[in-house]
Ligand binder design. Structure first.
Ligand SMILES: C[S@@+](CC[C@H](N)C(=O)[O-])C[C@H]1O[C@@H](n2cnc3c(N)ncnc32)[C@H](O)[C@@H]1O
Length: 316
């Protein structure tokens, strides 16, 4: 028979380990009521005289980021183009896997491009700030190399698994993305543990907007929300250098965060303006404690742990 699992107590002893019991006692590291979050949102200081908060500048982000002040950004969310074949004419940026294979001759340039934009981050990131960088597996090497050369430290390597991929005949269906979590200082960075057991594989379906205009590479709001929730506070400034159809801006605004972004494709301007204007500041914000499952829900998920929780509560 395997030995009974034990857990270490604070006083150095051991007690029987009850799986999932910790879920019943979990509290987020930081939390803000709706009113408090709104207050912080209204207090954010302007970025610079030239670059207003909650705007998107239609230009190359490598030039644009140079104008941002030193240590002014709380969180970066970057979903760079898959290749650099952007011609300025297309209204839709195509991220089809087949293009990557054909575009091998562009890898050298892509590495240089990745190196250049990542090199801008450490100057503009606040000391405790983080950056989430999205990457397909084919470009991952460029991202990891660029980040290391920029002096950023990889804290986590997240996998976004979307349970849908393009049908293949002679290789595995690609159904994941990499999200590299980078920090300036691995000893001092902001992280709000809003879940008891936040795993590094996120299972989130892709979002489809059938019949509506879109940037073909739009990220799901739920993926971007996780980056915002775990690594920023209300009122913080979230930078997206590759705004696309504005997922970061929409998620930031609807969660009482400020945004700032760049986008090279001016044809996305009407779509971006329409989508962002529709959103009210804080419209999706709820405090992190309110988002946790209730004791009743937990009791159904973990009946054994619930019995232990009740026993402990009754004992006082
Ligand atoms: C993968 S998409 C971003 C999609 C976005 N995350 C969303 O959810 O809609 C990349 C975007 O970067 C833009 N882009 C490409 N090169 C750029 C550059 N040098 N500066 C700014 N934007 C650029 C493309 O036009 C494209 O819209």
């Amino acid at each position: 028979m395997p030995p009974a699992k034990t857990a270490r107590t604070k006083k150095g002893g051991t007690r029987k380990y009850i799986p999932n019991l910790a879920e019943f006692y979990f509290k987020p590291t930081y939390d803000w009521s709706h009113a408090k979050a709104a207050n912080l949102y209204n207090k954010t200081k302007p970025l610079t005289k030239d670059v207003e908060l909650d705007t998107i500048q239609f230009e190359n982000c490598i030039q644009g980021m140079k104008r941002l002040p030193y240590e002014s950004i709380d969180l970066v969310i970057a979903d760079p183009p898959f290749g650099i074949e952007f011609d300025g004419k297309s209204g839709v940026y195509n991220r089809d896997e087949n293009l990557v294979i054909e575009g091998y001759e562009e890898v050298k340039d892509y590495q240089e491009f990745t190196r250049e934009w990542l090199a801008e981050l450490p100057r503009i990131m606040k000391p405790a700030s983080s950056a989430y960088v999205f990457s397909g597996w084919t470009n991952l090497e460029s991202v990891l190399t660029g980040a290391r050369e920029a002096g950023l430290v990889t804290l986590n390597h997240l996998i976004w698994h979307y349970p849908f991929g393009v049908y293949t005949k002679k290789r595995f269906v690609s159904s994941h993305y990499h999200i590299v979590l980078l920090v300036k200082n691995p000893k001092k960075y902001f992280f709000n543990k809003i879940e008891n057991y936040p795993e590094d594989v996120w299972v989130v379906k892709r979002q489809y907007r059938t019949g509506l205009p879109k940037n073909a590479t739009k990220l799901p709001h739920d993926v971007v929300s996780r980056c915002v929730d775990f690594s920023s506070r209300p009122g913080d400034i979230v930078l997206d250098p590759f705004m696309g159809s504005g997922t970061t801006a929409i998620v930031a605004k609807s969660n009482f965060r400020r945004f700032m972004g760049f986008e090279i494709n001016e044809q996305l301007k009407p779509l971006l303006e329409e989508e962002i204007t529709k959103v009210e500041p804080g419209q999706l914000y709820t405090s992190y404690s309110e988002r946790l499952p209730s004791i009743e829900e937990l009791s159904k998920l973990y009946p054994k742990a619930y019995r232990e929780y009740i026993r402990k509560e009754e004992k006082g």
